[in-house]
Design a binder for this molecule. Structure first.
Ligand code: CUV
Ligand code: SF4
Length: 634
């Protein structure tokens, strides 16, 4: 590196104490982490506002962000065209990520049914029947296998269908679906929508920002009501539908006297297979023979959240802590599959002699050991990883320093469980939730989700925003790295009810639920869509998703996937606030369309704020507006 970095105070980088300790240690050790790179490399002021285009070699062309209508691109593209095309490609990439993940799950499901995969089985047949019934597949008197095969073929249409409507639209409230049909945005199949989005955003194709937005909505809906939703449902069928479980989180879950293995990424298969291997008596014995007290399997990021919600596995932290956790020196292997895996993890792992292993052919990292996880023999891969970890444990060279902190919390609130919890009977209903919203004890519902980002203080906005929401009687649903921010802050335990407003606190006490419900990984945002649809179905809160007193927020987002998620909520009718930055040039027609115009057409809308108090204010104001429209404000 040319010149030494001017280092930012650790307290300004994160509120996660363990991560802060490890940033300091990394600096002592002379290891660069992404926090310091983010500071050294300031964001490009034009790219940050999404005001440049490099879709052809007549450019790249850049607009004047302070006076966006000053000029056009060489081809004549206006700032609105450029903004909309860039936004569309982010949505296409995010949707591709979730649908490719979902399709991999669906293929696993198929091979489990036809017996080609023997290490996994259908763990939740009841969920299988429920999903089949919701898609009008006959179940009466039929063999599980037959229903499952029909379900597989039906769900495959989510991805591959070229014409018609994706199957899951059967779950969309009628009036919302009518709006989509009128607007021409009911997704056909994800592959088709992503292909068309990429085509339409190429040089010289779609150059009308409103028309581009139409395809943006159709593509995003193919994620939320398609790829992501199928992924969640299939994961539940194969690995079990989550119900609340107490979990330990933060870096203190690493144990100096155990073989520590971190699994990071997004598909549940790797971590589920690791769990089987880690329980293998021969491997356990091997660890003991190496002088360890046992094998300690720990999740991070979304695969961690996924498996944590199902099996109570400990979780070490979110996206901004994946390098920092290696700095402990206590990680005997880090293994990854897809998405949100910083290339730099390899370099940091090397410094601390931690084996770093990629397992999915889609996501190799230069120089990293690759052990392909073959669905037909997953344990072949995971056993090898455990053996490597044991041998690293035996030959640990560098001193180990593990932050002591662990926090307990309750996670795993699937839609099915929320239903059960509210109804107090096995097949409960959302009626008590709706009643409590109507009588005003609960003011509304908010989804607080998404990534952490080294350009904003880690976890800070997530925690402050959620505290402010529950204090104002807003029930909070969470997924992704946001959920882990709150878990580390100690707000996913029973104690959080003390911070809730009087109405919400009362409901929490009667129903026996916390004010902050952790639902799982990013693909599990689909659980929020299902819960919201159920609120409409039960009645009393309007007749489409846009009528609900609800709002969403990703305060520290960074991935293109977050933009796809944000937009499928907006297209479904939800008000969505994004924090810290937004790919938008102020004072443009496209901005006005996303921030106001879509709502006038009956959809939700986007908003931006970089201050958590202001985010909360915006969300609560929106909730109050919806309450007033429903005539339930008091
Ligand atoms: Ni899918 S997408 S940083 S791991 S939530 Fe976490 Fe979650 Fe964003 Fe990535
Ligand atoms: Fe420039 Fe138009 Fe080419 Fe974009 S598509 S780089 S705006 S000439």
């Amino acid at each position: 590196m040319a010149k030494p970095l001017e280092l930012v105070n650790v307290e300004d980088l994160t509120i996660c104490d363990s991560t802060a300790q490890m940033i300091t240690k990394a600096r002592e050790d002379g290891v660069e982490l992404f926090f310091d790179r983010a500071n050294a490399m300031k964001a490009c002021p034009i790219g940050e506002k999404s005001a440049c285009c490099k879709h052809c070699s007549m450019g790249p062309c850049r607009m004047n962000v302070n006076s966006p209508y000053d000029r056009v691109g060489v081809c004549g593209a206006t700032v609105d065209t450029i903004l909309a095309r860039n936004f569309g490609r982010m949505v296409a990439a995010g949707t591709a990520a979730h649908t490719d993940h979902g399709m991999a799950m669906l293929e696993l499901f198929r091979d489990v049914i036809n017996g080609k995969v023997k290490d996994f089985a259908i763990k939740d047949p009841m969920k299988l029947y429920e999903v089949a019934t919701s898609l009008e597949i006959p179940t009466e008197g039929r063999e599980l296998k037959e229903v499952a095969m029909d379900l597989y073929h039906e769900l495959e249409r989510t991805y591959t269908q070229v014409d018609g409507e994706i199957p899951m639209v059967k779950r969309v409230p009628k009036k919302t679906l009518e709006l989509w049909r009128q607007a021409g945005i009911v997704p056909r199949g994800a592959m088709r929508e992503i292909m068309e989005m990429m085509h339409r955003t190429a040089i010289g194709v779609d150059q009308d920002y409103k028309n581009i937005t139409q395809q943006i909505s159709r593509t995003a809906l193919a994620d939320g009501w398609g790829g992501s939703m199928v992924s969640t449902d299939i994961s539940d069928i194969l690995f079990g539908t989550p119900s609340p479980v107490e979990i330990e989180v933060d870096m203190g879950v690493l144990k100096e006297d155990r073989v520590n293995i971190i699994v990071h990424g997004h598909e549940p298969i790797l971590l589920e297979a690791m769990m089987i291997s880690a329980a293998d008596p021969a491997l356990k014995q091997m660890a003991v023979d190496a002088g360890a007290k046992g094998i300690n399997l720990v999740g991070m990021c979304c695969s961690g959240l996924d498996v944590m919600s199902r099996h109570g596995l400990p979780h070490a932290g979110n996206f901004s802590s994946t390098e920092a956790v290696l700095v402990t020196g206590a990680v005997d292997a880090m293994t990854v599959d897809i998405q949100c895996i910083k290339q730099d993890l390899k370099r940091v792992a090397d410094f601390y002699d931690t084996p770093f292993i990629t397992t999915n052919y889609r996501a190799k990292i230069e120089g990293a050991l690759h052990i392909q996880l073959d669905e037909h023999d997953p344990l072949g891969c995971t056993e090898e990883i455990i053996i490597k970890a044991i041998s690293r444990f035996k030959t640990r060279k560098k001193p180990v320093r593990i932050p002591r902190k662990t926090v307990k919390g309750v996670h795993g609130f699937s839609y099915e469980y929320i239903n059960y919890m509210l109804g107090g009977s096995f097949r409960g209903s959302f009626t008590p939730l709706n009643d409590n919203i109507i009588n005003g004890r609960i003011r509304g519902v908010a989804g607080v989700v998404g990534c952490t980002n080294p350009r904003s203080k880690q976890d800070y906005s997530h925690v402050e925003l959620v505290k402010e929401l529950i204090r104002n009687d807003v029930l909070v649903l969470q997924t992704g790295c946001s959920q882990m921010a709150l878990a580390k802050a100690g707000l996913t335990g029973p104690g959080a009810a003390a911070l809730a407003g009087p109405g919400l606190a009362e409901v929490c006490e009667t129903v026996g639920m916390p004010p902050i419900l952790g639902l799982g990984a990013c693909v599990d945002n689909s659980r929020i869509l299902i819960a919201a649809s159920e609120m409409v179905r039960v009645g009393g809160l309007g007749d489409c998703l846009a009528d609900l007193p609800a709002a969403g927020c990703a305060p520290e987002w960074m991935s293109e996937k977050a933009i796809a998620i944000g937009h499928y909520f907006v297209a479904s009718g939800v008000y969505v606030v994004f924090g810290h930055t937004f790919p938008m040039t102020k004072g443009t027609q496209f901005e006005k369309y996303l921030f106001e115009g879509l709502e006038n057409e009956g959809f939700g809308k986007w908003a931006f704020s970089d201050d958590p108090k202001e985010m909360a204010r915006l969300m609560i104001a929106h909730i109050d507006e919806k309450r007033a429209a429903l005539g339930i404000d008091k």
